[in-house]
Design a protein around this ligand. Structure first.
Ligand code: PLP
Length: 223
């Protein structure tokens, strides 16, 4: 596995698009992360708190860690001191907890609201109405230790490119609507996190600003 080479190849397909690559290092050992790090890459994504905390401990401190998995409220405290961006905020309860831990750590924690765009039952995420309820709630307006930078979504796992493109379009459309409708000191709508190894080419065309790529860089995962 040549991580450096895979990373370079993947990045070359991004030219012409204004999107950031998050290298998803979940399940891979820290030395895989180091291989990418040594080529100059700094943005990495993880989906399990324990694994992320361990990697944060043993790896260089200038890595920007992105949390992309389902986050339980009782685990926010472990990542609050250092997390760069939480992509997967899917409830008001979680957002409240992130704000509380942000305050304790004297920092503002960047968040994306994860939206449900896939036809599959298994995916976490908020509906458009739920996002609006959050952004319009009085409680939200008082949260000074979080900042909402945009939205995240996962498309259906299918070969059908039309379906995937439609789902990404839905996310982009929702993003545009929120960006136009809401402004507050804790809102700065600028990121659309969409696209993984299998569908990032479609996501880039549909306006993704962050793609989360694991296996195309690090190889097939072994659980
Ligand atoms: C694992 C994961 C990815 C990366 O998946 P690959 O298919 O390996 O690129 C992206 N986003 C989320 C939320 C993930 O859990």
């Amino acid at each position: 596995m040549d991580v450096g080479n895979n990373l370079k190849k993947t990045k070359s397909t991004f030219s012409g698009y204004n999107s950031q690559l998050i290298a998803v290092s979940k399940t891979y050992p820290p030395d895989f992360v180091m291989e990418a790090y040594e080529t100059g890459h700094r943005a990495f994504g993880e989906n399990k708190v324990q694994e992320l905390v361990h990697k944060h401990e043993v790896l260089p401190k200038d890595i920007e860690w992105h949390f992309i998995g389902h986050l339980q409220t009782n685990k926010v405290k472990y990542i609050a001191p250092f997390i760069h961006l939480i992509h997967s905020v899917d409830s008001m309860k979680l957002l409240k907890e992130i704000n509380k831990e942000g305050k304790k750590n004297n920092r503002v924690i960047n968040c994306l609201l994860q939206m449900y765009i896939a036809k599959e039952e298994t995916k976490f995420g908020l509906s458009g109405e739920e996002v609006k309820d959050i952004l319009e709630s009085p409680q939200f307006k008082e949260m000074n230790n979080i900042k909402i930078l945009g939205v995240m979504g996962m498309a259906t796992n299918t070969e059908n490119k039309t379906v995937v493109a439609e789902e990404f379009k839905t996310l982009k459309y929702a993003f545009d609507e929120f960006k136009e409708s809401y402004s507050a000191s804790n809102i700065d709508f600028k990121e659309i996190s969409m696209g993984m190894s299998s569908d990032y080419n479609i996501a880039l065309k549909e306006g993704s600003t962050m793609v989360r790529i694991g296996s195309a860089i690090f190889g097939a995962r072994q659980y």
